[in-house]
Design a protein around this ligand. Structure first.
Ligand code: MG
Length: 383
């Protein structure tokens, strides 16, 4: 059947017709899919969810804990024959579980909204249902963004106007471990151009980690102390030592509440100091300004893509550097986070590489670099 668009194109009239269409309609059409291209499904948004255990390839150890699985909840929002995918990831220290996420999701009634395009209203409503529950909120936010991107026919990096050529290299994370395992993991990390190392135990262990990696490779290192250093003078001594070892940044050197200490370290450090645990949501950025050089944004901390995008804008207005990070996640949430990557200095998007049972295919690392595709929405395909 010849559609109006085909007719206009064959008549060479599409450009002329564009002048009388509103810009958003034109944009949607160029994406190859008209906004009113109904697939004939229900016009009531339906949210569904499934608990899923991510199996880790290696036992994962940071300063205060170690584990072999991460609890996830996979979400879907269906509307008009389209499906958007989302995910909540719950590392234990964040305090959410599959049960708490599902309890939260049960409270959501999307039937009160007439269309998924009401993103701001829908996500403000979801955020107001209860405090915290940031991973549960992210699971809704990601699925909604995926759905809307699919309806428009474009990926979010393009909808936001980001340049895909400016994505950083992603780091590959190496946790605290024995010398032998660290050597093995360092060799495994050889395709990556940045290695992220988890420190923050004691001086001997921290130096062993760095010296062991340096015995294998000169690849640039990002250090994450995960709040593990307890004294600011000791932290600065370590940072000065690390500065001689081709380390290019330090994440969360001291406990998140010690803002004055962070400010002192930042003032005296030769390396940029980035807030991770200290930076959960948008409003945290105001107090971190001046105390840290930058922030690590993670969708599971900040409730998802909507707030992450706002955090980018606010942090940039304060001349703060941005890192996009992740939890242990499937390629669903990783691909969603990658949409932000063009606006960041560092990407730590290896969560999907750390699990053995990914159920999505999405953002690719090409030659160490976060590489965005033209797939619509978050750019992930369910396997
Ligand atoms: Mg961190």
């Amino acid at each position: 059947m010849t559609t109006r668009r085909d007719f206009l194109r064959s008549a060479g009239l599409l450009t002329a017709a564009a002048a009388i269409l509103n810009p958003f309609e034109l944009f949607a059409q160029r994406g190859g899919k008209a906004l009113n291209g109904s697939k004939g499904g229900s016009k009531t948004m339906v949210l569904t969810y499934t608990p899923y255990d991510a199996q880790l390839r290696h036992v994962f150890t940071i300063a205060n804990s170690s584990r072999t699985t991460t609890q996830l909840v996979l979400t879907e929002i269906a509307w008009d024959g389209y499906v958007g995918y989302g995910e909540a990831s719950m590392p234990p220290y964040l305090g959410e579980t599959q049960a708490s996420v599902i309890d939260f999701l049960k409270k959501i009634d999307l039937s009160r909204f007439s269309s998924p395009f009401e993103i701001q209203d829908i996500l403000a409503y979801v955020d107001a249902i209860a405090s915290n529950n940031t991973a549960a909120k992210a699971a809704v936010d990601i699925a909604l963004h995926d759905l809307v991107g699919k309806l428009i026919g474009q990926p979010w990096w393009k909808i936001w106007g980001f340049n895909p050529a400016t994505t950083p290299n992603t780091s590959f994370t190496i946790g605290l471990d024995t010398e032998e395992v660290v050597k093995e993991k360092t060799r495994e990390a050889s395709p990556y151009k940045v290695i992220k190392v988890k420190l923050g135990k004691d001086e001997a262990t921290d130096k062993m980690m760095i010296n062991t990696i340096r015995s294998v490779t000169d690849t640039v290192i990002c250090v994450d102390a995960n709040q593990g250093w307890k004294d600011k003078h000791y932290a600065l001594e370590m940072i000065n030592w690390l500065n001689e070892k081709n380390v290019n940044m330090i994440e969360q050197p001291m406990p998140k509440l010690l803002l004055d200490e962070a400010a002192w370290i930042t003032e005296n450090s030769p390396l940029p100091i980035i807030a991770d645990e200290a930076c959960q949501r948008l409003t945290d950025i105001y107090k971190l300004k001046g105390a840290y050089n930058g922030i690590n944004i993670k969708l599971m901390k900040c409730t998802g893509m909507r707030e992450a995008r706002d955090m980018v804008t606010l942090a940039k207005s304060f001349h703060m550097k941005i890192m996009i990070g992740c939890m242990t996640e499937t390629s669903c949430a990783i691909s969603a986070a990658a949409q932000i990557a063009p606006e960041t200095e560092w990407a730590d998007l290896d969560g999907n590489l750390l699990i053995a049972n990914d159920v999505f295919k999405g953002m690719l690392i090409v030659d160490g670099k976060v590489t965005l595709s033209d797939l619509p929405g978050i750019g992930a395909v369910k396997l």
